[in-house]
Design a protein. Sequence first.
Lengths: 233, 233, 218, 218
Amino acid sequence: MAGFDKVVSSYEEAMAGLEDNMTVIAGGFGLCGIPEGLIAQIKKMGVSGLTVVSNNCGVDGFGLGILLEDRQIRKMIASYVGENALFEKQLLNGELEVELTPQGTLAEKMRAGGAGIPAFYTATGYGTPVGEGKEVREFNGRPYILEPSITGDFAIVKAWKADRYGNCVYRHTAQNFNPMAATAGKITVVEVEEIVEPGEIPPSQIHTPGIYVNRVIKGNFEKRIERKVTRSA
Amino acid sequence: MAGFDKVVSSYEEAMAGLEDNMTVIAGGFGLCGIPEGLIAQIKKMGVSGLTVVSNNCGVDGFGLGILLEDRQIRKMIASYVGENALFEKQLLNGELEVELTPQGTLAEKMRAGGAGIPAFYTATGYGTPVGEGKEVREFNGRPYILEPSITGDFAIVKAWKADRYGNCVYRHTAQNFNPMAATAGKITVVEVEEIVEPGEIPPSQIHTPGIYVNRVIKGNFEKRIERKVTRSA
Amino acid sequence: MALSREQIAMRVAQEFKDGSYINLGIGIPTLAANYVPQGITVMLQSENGLLGMGPYPTEEQVDADMINAGKETVTASTGASIFSSAESFAMIRGGHVDITVLGAFEVDQNGNIASWMIPGKLVKGMGGAMDLVAGAKNIIVTMTHADKHGNSKLLEQCTLPLTGVNCINRIITDLAMLEIRDNTFHLLERAPGVSVEEIKQKTAGKLVVEGDIPEMQF
Amino acid sequence: MALSREQIAMRVAQEFKDGSYINLGIGIPTLAANYVPQGITVMLQSENGLLGMGPYPTEEQVDADMINAGKETVTASTGASIFSSAESFAMIRGGHVDITVLGAFEVDQNGNIASWMIPGKLVKGMGGAMDLVAGAKNIIVTMTHADKHGNSKLLEQCTLPLTGVNCINRIITDLAMLEIRDNTFHLLERAPGVSVEEIKQKTAGKLVVEGDIPEMQF
């Protein structure tokens, strides 16, 4: 099935077509489940003016944080950006714009974007700064706000395994935003720990069907841990 | 974890609390993946005036079709009801009301109902009888209609396996509407082929987390096939 | 001569590109799966929650939990995925399915389609058809050019309740292949031995015929 | 005497019912997991996609792919499920989580809560807090009754930007447990040794004290 083999062998191929001022949707929660190599490739390409949609913006020197170093990000749509001194600095300088979005609304905006739903109503954020300027409507006596969906020119996703057709599975809580991001990119690129043959992942256990995926690349991951907390054995 | 053991041992317990005029959301596509024993129990209980939300209404004498025999269903919300002579008769008699809903809109209405989203916009049905009387709004120059979500007093679901905490997996295309139905019931009852111990289903392979499930019962299934088509080996 | 059902399906299959995700409706569209050109691979989406539909099962492979959107027993091909109806229609509604092929009662020059309801007849439901026509990137309609009484099914304006508006771009009938653009039917190909005159005569909507119209090649 | 952080967490845990699904915010709420009453089992939901959060891992169990919403390494308990962020917030937004415990800067007598933004200070984001307060069936707020300067945090009307409106019904502070209904704080219990007078003095919003107010029992 040549037409369905989505494996590419270089990061250049993986991110080919990414240009200045595009919107990139990224999977990951903190540093967990992030497409490390695809982010590094974006840094290497030097594209700028990006709008990045991701729950967080990495930390100084790792994850999406490295795209701040050369001011590649113009606007960040995220739910929490508190782990990053450079981010703060650029925000206060006015070099960076941020659109804070409730975490569940952000996840649903990506899902809706991928699912052809242009907008949905949610109670989240009603009566708060998030709801300002948004349409309010009552359903069953309760007020909700209208939230538009999000799509991106690119989606960058980290999966555990993918087969050559792009069928993906995620490992543990490294799943997080990745499945929704995968559906919401015009071009969706998945960086994986292991590429397997079609049929190796049982059909009902596939988290992201290959129809959403354009390119698959095998990466090497540092998997940095943000807050290691342990108990004694 | 006594508080989380959702297994019940009788169909009476499984459907306890179901009353006349309630709304029941049922999983299944045609006769595939339907909670056969729970439907039989509804027939046995004799409740009437039900609103049933399901992609189809079974066939004469099997599946949801058996609830037509004693006129237990007042209103059917479905995408396709063409397999059932008794259904046709009651519809033409005015004994039964039907709200035909596009299949994808129906699935999304259940999902939205379970997910706390009271309404969403979709292009499906715009300009057709389905869109009549519904709000139309343009997004990016394209017209969409507003569709409200659906929730039910009961959801009846068929899973392959569930553990005692209600974590479910579905088998093959018997998944269909079941995961959404499971989220959208005030009381969600799952009929399964096999009950397993917590931990037996790997956490990332669970299709329906137990938080959505109130009761689990082991059933015996006929699994009637609607259209058996084969090829020579 | 007018195409047979199989020939319509063959012509449909010529439109398939390597690596396409395709949803085939019941009837002629389903037949197209048998005529996928050599060297081309496609994956079939069945809206009940299966991407990578395989052939019908052998007697031994029959499994009540494995059906297609027509409620027929099927198999899954290697590399298939299986998911919920919500996920299935997220794919469809979100424009991830490349081609949808479906039948119709009527199509009009504005790209509207009527395929699910004939007033006065019992209405059985639209199933997934409205979602498919609202979501697919490319829709191919297959139908006979005219009904049994010779009345055109390619109209200026549909007379039956619609399945979708402004969504159809290609039609393959027993007589011709046409494209809809600028609110006009454009004749692209004719069935072998069918004259442009006959097609004109049986097309009630605005028809544009530019230059020589080639015959379909099989 | 005012309760310690641990004592607030202990009092919170007394509210847990057997078989409850609970989301615990960062800080004092997380501590409540250590004080679940004997004979009671609860399942902890972590909004990054884990239902059935277990204890912190041993050094050998540490796994970068297994974290909680506070980005700390964790384990999964037996019978846990793991899912996407969209599914996680479907649970939360859909009202399937029984109890949410979270901290706040201010709460007012209308059940409004401010917990994420202090104008003039850098805004780091609301994370999942707005979704949690909009979706949970029962919300318990934990905080000190007054700030460092002695100013009440239980107000007639919140002064800071809100996290949610009309959503808080229970507050457990270092001085008292209160319920909000009819746009009024109702004093239910006081910390051992703390007088009703002190609570009155440190509650800026409308406070109703009916009958004898019992001391908390530990």
